[in-house]
Structure formats: C-alpha cells, structure tokens
Design a protein. Structure first.
Length: 363
C-alpha cells in the first residue's frame, strides 16, 4: 500500500535524486528482486498447473488460482513501484500512474488478503460442517467476483485523492477526519483485521476438528493419523503466523503516522522502516504459493513434473490421492473410505463422509 511523505513536510529542492547510497539501493533491489522472482514464478506456475489439468478443476483449487492471480498482481504492480518509491525522492511516472498505482496496489492487496479469508472459510465449512454446508461452484464464483468487486469499490477514493504535488505523488483528503475514517473502516478493518480474525477463527476450528477426529482402525500416538494431525496443525499455525507477521509491521507504522503525522524521526521512518515493512507485506505473496499450493500433493507432483520436463498426466488421477504417508504405509481418504496401503497391499474400511478430513485440508 502507498506510504508517501506529505508535500507540506518537505522541500523537494533540498533533496538529491536518490534517497540512499548505492550500497543501500543495491540491498533494496536484491531484496525486492528475490520476492518478485518467487512471487511471479511461483504464482504463475500454480495457475498454469491448475488450469492445464482438467481433473484439478476443483473448488479449492479455484480459490487457490484466485489467490495466485491476486498475488501475481501484487508482484507486477506493488513490488516494482514500492522499490522505485524507496529509491527515488520524487515521482517520475506521470499523473495517470500516480492515481492508478495506489488504486491497483490497494485492489491487489485487498483481494489477496480476502481470498486467504475465503479459503479459510471454505476449508472450515468443508471440514467442520461437511453435511450442513456445501459451497457450490456457483457460490465459489460469486464469492470470487464479490471479492474483486468489493476491493475495486473500496479503493476508488485513491483515484480521487492522489495527485502530484511538488513532484510528489501524495493524497489530498477533504479533511483529516475523513482520511482517518477511511483508513480505519476502509483499509485497516477490511484489508487486515477482519480477514485475520476470520482466518484465525476458521483455522482454530479446523485444528480442533482434525485433532479430535479419529479415523477408524488407525490409532496410536506414533501412528500415521497422529503424525498427519501434527502436520495439519503445523501448517495452520504457519499460515496464520506468516500472514499476521507479514502485514502487522506496516499497519503499525500506518497507525503511528495517524497518531503522530509529523514524527521527529520522519526520515528514518520513510527511508528505512517503511521500506522494510512494505517488503515484509509483499513477501507474503511469494510465500502463499508454497504454503497453500505445495501442501497439496497433486499440485506438488505437477510442479515437479514441469521442473523435470516430463509428462505427468498419468500421475495422481482425480479419485486417488495420498495425503498422509510414511515409507511403509499411505492413507487414502476418498469417497467415504479409509484405505490403508502397506507394502503394496491395501485394506479398506468404510467410514462416514466426515472422514474425508485430510482430503478436504490438502485437496
């Protein structure tokens, strides 16, 4: 999201062209280039893998693709502009981009964050209430369209308030009160606080359900199901912690600036603290392909096949998947069955529909 010094706080003629020495610029450039590379290639690969293979066109993967699109937009729009803003003092890209850049940045970040929340809600309903609630394909499409429409409408004020003043691209609000209201209600609540609360709530419910649900015939603290439970809970903890940690510092800085618009450490804040906080927020888009897609064995196998330049069409048909495995045994939760495969043999035990827990988590 945009963070710019007010044109009233500085005199552009008193500054050189570059904000930093070449060494600092080099560090910023390398840091942003790394997360751009991971975000661009990672999300593009996820989109390609899911779209290319028809049997992977599931509702969960549809949400993952939407997340990848939002994160790809973050990589293409947010990261390059943030880097340029943190290198040069003045705005060099024209009045149109001055308005479009914060607008598109806000849309991409808001869509990405709320897609994470949508995935959490979808998984929570599928795992905790499989017989009561079912998100259909039509509902999924409505949710995704709603997220993008909501993000677009929410960021329209940026098109109005941003303009070039004294060579800086800065917002000019009708009143400080209106700016504060928009920040609290429009940005902080809907682009961080509410999505984070939903994510934490949903994943706590999922973790509780997975931990207390027992698959028939597979018990023991050292057994496969116990290890699978630990794996699921670890993933959920990683998801919540990384999401919160990535964006929390930047929101703290924004709140600090609202409480104290003219801090004494303004140059340190804008030249060092904010660039690092922005980088952390953008880095979340490069992590998402790993924690949301590579936890799926299906997608992981396809990506591996692409990297090895081989055809993997024969691998992992839609009705087969192993989500918890050791060297000797794999567990398959599919179509209401629990299938144990041990050294080539297999035993099947009939279970209820809710025993598809792990399929719902990793599918």
């Amino acid at each position: 999201m945009e963070s710019n010094i007010s044109s009233d706080d500085v005199n552009v003629s008193s500054f050189p062209t570059l904000k930093h020495d070449i060494e600092v610029i080099f560090i910023y450039s390398v840091a942003y280039s790394l997360i751009f590379l991971f975000a661009f290639l990672g999300n593009l690969t996820v989109i390609f893998v899911v779209v290319r293979h028809r049997w992977m066109h599931t509702k969960t993967n549809f949400f993952i693709v939407n997340l990848a699109v939002a994160d790809l937009l973050v990589a293409l729009v947010v990261m390059p502009i943030n880097l340029m803003i943190n290198i040069f003092f003045d705005w060099r890209y024209g009045a149109v981009l001055c308005k479009l850049t914060p607008f598109l940045q806000g849309i991409s970040v808001c869509a990405s964050v709320n897609t994470l929340a949508a995935i959490a809600i979808d998984r929570c309903l599928a795992i905790c209430y499989p017989l009561s609630f079912k998100i259909t394909w039509r509902t999924s499409k409505i949710i995704m369209c709603g997220i993008w429409t909501f993000s677009l409408v929410l960021m329209i004020p940026y098109l109005i308030v941003y303009d070039i003043h004294n060579s800086f691209c800065t917002p000019t609000w009708p009143s400080p009160t209106l700016e504060t209201i928009y920040f609290l209600a429009g940005s902080l609540l809907f682009c961080y606080s509410i999505p984070l609360a939903l994510i934490i709530t949903c994943y706590c419910l999922i973790g509780y359900k997975v931990w207390h649900r027992k698959a028939p015939g597979v018990y023991g603290s050292n057994g496969i199901i116990h290890r699978s439970k630990i794996k699921v809970v670890k993933m959920l903890v990683v998801v919540v912690v990384l999401f919160a940690a990535s964006w929390f510092p930047l929101w703290v800085v924004h709140i600090k600036l609202r409480l104290d618009p003219h801090p004494t450490d303004i140059f340190t804040l804008f030249n060092y603290v904010i660039p690092i906080c922005q980088w952390l927020g953008c880095a979340n888009s490069s992590i998402n392909p790993i924690i949301y897609s590579l936890f799926s064995r299906k997608i992981r196998m396809k990506i591996k096949a692409i990297l090895l330049c081989r055809n993997a069409e024969y691998e992992t048909p839609r009705h087969l998947s192993s989500y918890a495995s050791t060297r000797y045994v794999s567990v398959d939760y599919t179509n209401g069955h629990v299938t144990l495969r041990t050294n080539g043999s297999q035993k099947e035990r009939k279970s209820s529909r809710t025993d598809r827990l792990f399929n719902n988590v990793y599918d």
